[in-house]
Design a protein around this ligand. Sequence first.
Ligand SMILES: [Zn+2]
Length: 223
Amino acid sequence: MMNTIWADTAGVHDDLRSPADLDAWLDAVGIDARIDARIDAGVDRPGARATADELVSARALRDAARRLAAYVTDDSRPAATSGIVSLPDAIVTVNAAAREVPARQLELHAGRLELTSRALASPVTAAIAQVAEGVIELVTGADADRLRACNAPGCVLYFSKTHPRREWCSVACGNRARAARHYAKIRSAHPLQAGHAGSPGSFDGSLAPSGPSRPPKPTLVPG
Ligand SMILES: [Zn+2]
């Protein structure tokens, strides 16, 4: 979810601008808020409609997740700064969202004991709660050590370092970072050429039009 903020040559973009954006994201990620296969309540399924308030909650959770990711990864990228500056505020936001996960309940129906769920939250709110649980797991679980900020020029994404040699969120970012390093090396070796139009030294490290650091597809964590 935190990677619904992304960047390209035009600047930083936000994929969660409307309730419809939130619906599309939840559907794409396929979050199923069921706590048990036998319970059908509290499930976000295709067609569920997010409200304006739920969009506000989801955006706050996203910003909180980015603040926590910045803390875990020691991220200092100015363009990636979260809308939530305070770490305690981010923690409060995640906990508030996670409280809406449907709780398992035991009920007696017509003499029969049945498992049910607390049906206070809407399907969308229950799904957002599941994302909040994913955020908590991400920053405290076994994968927390693998979370990284992508330091390729212009990138604002986070990724999981799934391979010891992985340094970037994507192949495009890796290529751009290597190009930037290459031109920086040439610039330091030939300082007189630096700044000439069209010379290697004029590379400004910005995102190549062909390689925006847009997340390839939505994922629950760390995306
Ligand atoms: Zn990147």
